[in-house]
Write a protein that binds this ligand. Sequence first.
Ligand code: AMP
Length: 217
Amino acid sequence: MNILLFGPPGSGKGTQSALLVEDLGFTHISTGNMFRQHIHNGTDLGKKAKEYMDEGLLVPDELTIAMVRRELEEQRELDFIFDGFPRNVAQAQAFEQLLAELEMNLDSAIFLDVPVDVIVERLSGRRVCKNCGAVYHIANHMPHEEGVCENCGTGPIYQREDDKPEAIKTRLKVYDENTAPLRELYERNGRLVVIDGDADEATVYRKIKSQIQTKKM
Ligand code: AMP
């Protein structure tokens, strides 16, 4: 079973994906995490992607699609949760072709619905472990020992370049122009599921899980 989780930046896609991986054994494909890993490893792709990411812009489609293709070709028999891909209509079309080629299906496109003011508050206070990607928030969830990640025991805990105010503005605009139209596209092809994402993690997760279990029956 393959699921797409989409929604505005900061809607909780990463957090909910991690819960799906832990609870239901999905394999997580997050193009944002993959690009950050390339940057960390200093690859050519990482160097190119960084120029766009730091500004809050989308990395060009051909680089993104080729990266996802390489990942799927190696392990197409698994159950995937796609997080942050596709992010525009051209990527969604390329994704359909890729799935057909690899004889894979997309079962649901789950949209996490969160109001803009909540998004801005979540993103601007978000802090991340540079080593393992664990997510924190300055308002209510920071490591007990300053700068030391509770998940991996190292750190540092930092603010993503694209969580700074100017980049947040750009990302919301990029989202409205590029990613929001996917909602209509998946509604037309009958795969859209809308979940209210303006609640605590556990509540949102319960709703997602129940949708997935309904699909499986
Ligand atoms: P995320 O971690 O999903 O918020 O992604 C962080 C950044 O990575 C985005 O703002 C883009 O610059 C880049 N990125 C992630 N996924 C994609 C994608 N599917 N297409 C283009 N750029 C992407």
